[in-house]
Design a protein around this ligand. Structure first.
Ligand SMILES: CCCCC/C=C\C/C=C\C/C=C\C/C=C\CCCC(=O)SCCNC(=O)CCNC(=O)[C@H](O)C(C)(C)COP(=O)(O)OP(=O)(O)OC[C@H]1O[C@@H](n2cnc3c(N)ncnc32)[C@H](O)[C@@H]1OP(=O)(O)O
Length: 269
């Protein structure tokens, strides 16, 4: 059956696919939407667990979400000077200007961050009904700016490395004046999981090992640096160090194992 979508819906599908590719670190321009998706999948460079036809089908369902969701990884007034300085440090390396004034991608890429990653990744209507329409990404579910997890993730594809600049808000207290170990584990899982997704497509955490070396002061900014250890079939092994902003003090170190999954794995429970 051939479904002809109205122009507005077609634009929405393209925008959604572009959003997905941005999350997954790929670019799609307006004109080559179909060809790129089709070409990338067989080569295995982008393992989309959903077909472009199912994306089209989702697009004709009622659309309760904004096409311009808030990107939580942009600076806000709660960010302290360390957070802003490190954001600028990496952000300034995302785009570089050549000698003849042309702008080009740099070595780093900032990943946008939303309060529902699946919604923006897939179009969400179908999944949201299954998963609950009120569900929120754990690290983005505190509305007050600066109260919870303030963070931004940058990836470096060449070096297969990623960094996260994280400012821990007052609602994340564990030991008095310091960050809760579960909140630190949450950030490690989020950033290593994001990195594994960037490198391998959709994954789930199978194993996370964490060593807490020195406490993190509440309100302070720290760096999470993740690197790929190895890939073996469906397994992606990532390690992570949490340090102070000049990397002179180690707070936490971790290793994680992530297994590639298909969307069916999530929907089948
Ligand atoms: C999830 C998102 C998907 C969509 C993504 C789209 C866009 C997202 C964009 C950006 C990402 C944004 C944000 C990311 C934020 C947060 C990330 C959070 C991630 C999580 O928070 S996620 C929740 C916690 N996570 C679970 O809730 C997993 C529960 N679990 C399972 O769902 C299964 O357990 C599974 C799938 C892990 C494996 O199940 P399975 O049936 O597929 O595989 P199986 O068991 O056959 O194992 C195959 C081979 O892995 C070895 N193996 C398995 N487990 C092992 C272990 N623990 N240790 C050592 N080796 C292990 C076996 O020994 C065998 O090895 P071998 O082949 O060599 O024999």
């Amino acid at each position: 059956m051939k479904v002809i979508l109205p122009a507005k819906t077609r634009g929405g599908v393209q925008q959604m696919a572009r959003g997905l590719c941005q999350i997954m670190g790929r670019e799609i321009s307006k004109g080559n939407f179909n060809t790129n998706i089709r070409q990338m999948t067989p080569r295995g460079t982008l393992q989309l667990p959903w077909s472009i036809n199912s994306v089209r089908t989702m697009a004709v369902l009622p659309w309760p979400f904004s096409f311009q969701p808030r990107d939580f990884s942009l600076p806000n007034s709660s960010w302290g000077s360390d957070m802003r300085r490190l954001y600028e440090h990496y952000n300034s390396q995302c785009e570089v200007e050549t000698d003849d004034g042309e702008k080009k991608w740099g070595v780093w890429r900032r990943l946008p961050s939303y309060n529902r990653s699946l919604k923006y990744a897939t179009g969400g209507v179908y999944l949201s009904k299954i998963i609950q329409s009120k569900a929120r990404l754990f690290t983005r579910n505190i509305r007050a700016q600066g109260a919870g997890f303030e963070y931004v993730v940058f990836v470096n594809k060449q070096e297969q490395k990623c960094v996260c600049v994280f400012q821990a808000g007052h609602l994340l207290e564990g030991p008095p004046g310091h960050v809760h170990g579960g909140a630190i584990a949450t950030m490690i899982d989020t950033v290593t999981g994001t990195h594994a997704t960037y490198l391998s497509g959709p994954v789930m955490t199978a194993n996370l090992n964490i060593n807490y070396r020195s406490p993190i002061s509440l309100g302070s900014t720290v760096l999470l640096t993740c690197s790929l250890d190895k890939k073996e079939g469906r397994k992606t092994f990532v390690s992570c160090q949490v340090t102070n902003t000049d990397s002179s003090k180690l707070h936490t170190e971790a290793t994680g194992l992530f297994l590639s999954i298909t969307m069916g794995h999530l929907l089948g429970g």
